[in-house]
Design a binder for this molecule. Structure first.
Ligand SMILES: Nc1ncnc2c1ncn2[C@@H]1O[C@H](COP(=O)(O)OP(=O)(O)OP(=O)(O)O)[C@@H](O)[C@H]1O
Ligand SMILES: [Mg+2]
Length: 284
């Protein structure tokens, strides 16, 4: 398959519109993995994408990261249309943290090198020396994720929670316009999840932070500062819009194919399955 390509949009791009998908669909082996999706993400928005296993969330992120191009529809990302020229410039403007990326990191990779090398879109240190300014930026982004003390550790020795924070720091390294986080809280314990949610909440409130899309299975992982949500089921959009409008028990029930109860407290969300009427409780 040829590399994803992009061309400048014919019309003057709207600077505030980072993602603009119209009828976008990703098809593999005759099967639609995600789509058709109409989706617009603006500069100051922080999105969460929710959906069960296999719903198409990672496929949507791969499209937004310009790692694949649509099988149908039109995808504008950062003012470029996925379609005609090589997208290297585009990918440098998008910070990504995914399990697929984590799996490719050598165990003996030094954390500082891993973060610094994001600026060169490579894994593994490939220069003898980086500029002072790069190192200082790496320290700053590690600090913003509470991970500065890990700078001289090898990636393979980090706990799951530490890895996630380092990967987000790496995604921030290039000062991207768009940040895509695919299940950043997967595998974290309660404390680790809460720590990460708090860090993402701080980022969400920072006007200089990139527009962010966070993929998760759990409403408990939505940081309070997040503004918008999309729910996906079997590749199709169930609902999308302002979290306050679309994050409802009904929409979650539809998305996860079971009756879900939803509670909110202090800007956080909590979901559980509704118990069946007449069902006896387990005795203690
Ligand atoms: N390259 C591919 N070729 C064929 N099918 C694929 C490919 N990539 C993904 N799929 C399928 O597309 C569907 C959506 O996958 P995707 O990884 O986007 O789901 P997801 O919502 O991220 O799921 P999860 O929550 O488990 O990570 C799945 O059924 C998956 O098996
Ligand atoms: Mg996925």
């Amino acid at each position: 398959m040829s590399e994803p390509v992009a061309s400048s949009s014919a019309a003057a791009p709207d600077q505030d519109l980072l993602i603009d998908f119209s009828g976008v669909r990703l098809v593999r082996d005759g099967r639609t993995l995600v789509g058709p999706v109409d989706w617009r993400v603006e500069l100051d928005e922080r999105w969460v994408v929710l959906g069960p296993n296999g719903a198409g969330k990672t496929s949507l992120m791969r499209l937004a990261a310009a790692q694949v191009f649509p099988s149908a529809g039109e995808a504008h990302i950062l003012g470029e249309v996925l379609g005609k020229t090589v997208v290297q410039d585009l990918t440098a403007r998008i910070g990504v943290s995914t399990a697929a990326l984590a799996a490719r990191i050598p165990e003996d990779e030094l954390v500082t090198d891993l973060v610094v090398s994001a600026g060169y879109a490579v894994l593994g240190r490939w220069r003898e020396r980086y500029d002072e300014v790069d190192i200082s930026r790496a320290v700053d982004v590690l600090e913003s994720m509470g991970a500065e003390h890990l700078a001289n550790r090898r990636f393979g020795t980090l706990s799951e929670g530490e890895r996630k924070r380092v990967l987000i720091a790496r995604a921030l390294m290039t000062d991207p316009e768009l940040m895509l986080l695919d299940e950043p809280a997967a595998g974290l314990d309660l404390g680790g999840r809460e720590e990460l949610v708090a860090r993402l909440d701080v980022l969400a409130h920072d006007p200089d932070a990139p527009a962010t899309v966070l993929v998760t299975h759990h409403v408990e992982e939505i940081p309070p500062g997040f503004t918008h949500a999309m729910m996906l089921k079997e590749g199709a959009v169930v609902t999308q819009g302002l979290i306050s409008d679309v994050l409802t028990a009904e929409a979650l029930s539809e998305t996860f194919s079971q009756r879900i109860l939803l509670e909110e407290a202090d800007g956080r969300y909590f979901a559980r399955r509704a118990s069946r009427p007449g069902r006896r409780r387990l005795q203690a």
